[in-house]
Design a protein. Structure first.
Length: 476
């Protein structure tokens, strides 16, 4: 379908054409007509499929200026919140709507002012609940509710937060839910809250004929050296490196800089300004390498990525597909390289069970020079070992309290400094995120899994000692 054939207002088509869009993606072509008809939608689609326009264009076509908040869009992370907000502003630049991004880590005052005149709100669960509690947001006129990256939302522990928010939205609304996978939490929400939804599926937007997938079996001490060697053989294009924990992201980024590689880190432990600065540098091509956790990078539409490096192996084939789906787009070639050490064998076997994947083992080059890899890094967050709690539980790396633990959690299940559990940093009740008075988890909250006092990891018939920088994860 041509862009001009989409049945939305001329102002939207004009903006899309100026942005360089000519063809609708499959998820847009399938979803937009049903949304315009008023149907609830369950969109099964991945990053890069064009789902922001799929739900954004029909919403912008239907809302009215000056009639209060008519659409609420929830996203799991701050970065995705900013990205969706910016995209909707670009789409609607000739319609003069006020579209507000509402997330933690920044002052709440300017958000309160913007909400008074907004037609569309894009937000993260923790900060939306803060506004509900303060009575600074009014959902009486909401006609559209969108849950973006629903599977990641629930993986991060936001299920109860989402359902709490939905109690404040009019029952007579149109609900649009988009998810890459189908965990039980997503199925529960679809069944409970969507009214006779239309299911729309879109394949991963990757040309596999242009994507080379390879893995190298490498001893742990040589892993970083091989990463740098491979990157220096591929000097053109953007590279995205995935690590399992915040701590590992910081350490890998620091060591890459020591080797003269222009790269920046992005994860939930960084301040909002640093995270946005990294994305801005990437967008302006001031850097060519981004080192990230899965959650921090989830949903971000990063253009022109040619090389994916799995420095830490994902646990499932779905996570693997999500990572590699960021390259080999729009007729461009790409590569996805996985560095496999002994501790990764179980996870990688899970990935290889997906017969749709074609990942070839490649011999490790003999001439790889051994580089110094410095682990003594203060990092930005994570990496502290637990007391009675877990193996870097909390959010990708904070220490454990009593279990599922975050730092100084008094009851467990918490992120940092939670007084009751499930909490994020500074949460007074639980479920909370940064600076949240009630909680319900935010971009820096919900705990990971509890581990063992000696930091070891259960593996069937006993313990396997943890190595530094293990690929075990908490939530983001």
């Amino acid at each position: 379908m041509k862009i001009e054939d989409i049945q939305v207002k001329e102002q939207l088509i004009k903006a899309l054409q100026e942005m360089g869009f000519t063809e609708a993606t499959p998820i847009q072509e399938k979803s937009i007509p049903f949304i315009l008809q008023g149907k609830d939608i369950f969109g099964h689609s991945s990053t890069g499929s064009g789902k922001t326009a799929a739900f954004g264009l029909p919403i912008l076509d239907k809302i009215e200026r000056g009639k209060g908040i008519q659409a609420l869009i929830l996203t799991p992370t701050r970065e995705l919140c900013v990205q969706v907000t910016d995209a909707l502003r670009e789409f609607s630049k000739y319609m003069h709507f006020t579209i507000s991004g509402v997330y933690g880590g920044v002052a709440i005052g300017p958000q309160i002012d913007a909400l008074r005149r907004s037609e569309v709100v894009v937000g993260t669960p923790g900060r939306i609940l803060d506004h509900i509690e303060r009575r600074t947001i009014n959902f009486e006129k909401v006609r559209f509710f969108v849950l973006d990256e629903a599977d990641k939302m629930f993986e991060m522990g936001f299920l109860e937060a989402v359902e709490e928010i939905m109690t404040h939205i009019p029952v007579q609304r149109q609900t649009l839910l988009f998810s890459a996978t189908l965990p039980e939490g997503v199925k529960h929400l679809v069944k409970k809250h969507l009214k006779q939804p239309v299911t729309v599926k879109s394949d991963v937007y990757v040309d596999k004929s242009l994507l080379k997938q390879a893995y190298y079996v490498v001893p742990m001490p040589q892993k970083f050296s091989l990463l740098v060697y491979l990157m220096k053989q591929q000097l053109e294009g953007m590279s995205l490196i995935f690590c399992a924990t915040r701590h590992e992201v910081d350490i890998v980024t620091k060591n890459l800089k020591a080797q003269g590689v222009r790269g920046m880190a992005i994860h939930g432990g960084l301040s909002q300004s640093k995270r946005l600065h990294a994305l801005d540098c990437l967008k302006k091509e001031n850097i060519t390498v981004l080192v990230a956790t899965d959650v921090a990078a989830r949903g971000l539409d990063i253009k022109n990525v040619q090389h994916i490096y799995n420095y830490d192996v994902p646990k499932t084939s779905q996570e693997y597909i999500h990572r590699i789906g960021r390259t080999a787009r729009a007729g461009m070639s790409g590569s996805a390289v996985t560095l496999l050490t002994e501790r990764d064998y179980d996870n990688f076997n899970n990935i290889l069970r997906d017969r749709t994947l074609d990942i070839q083992r490649t011999a490790t080059p003999q001439q790889v020079p051994q580089l110094q890899f410095e682990r003594n890094s203060p990092g930005y967050g994570g990496g502290k070992r637990g007391g009675r709690g877990g193996f870097r539980g909390g959010r990708e790396g904070s220490s454990g309290g009593r279990g599922f633990g975050g730092q100084r959690s008094s009851r467990g299940s918490g992120g940092q400094e939670s007084s009751r559990g499930y909490g994020g940093q500074g949460s007074s009740r639980g479920y909370g995120g940064q600076g949240s008075s009630r909680g319900y988890g935010s971009e820096r909250g919900h705990g990971g899994h509890g581990g063992h006092r000696d930091g070891s990891q259960r593996t069937g018939f006993g313990h396997r000692p943890r190595t530094e920088g293990s690929s075990h994860r908490g939530g983001e």
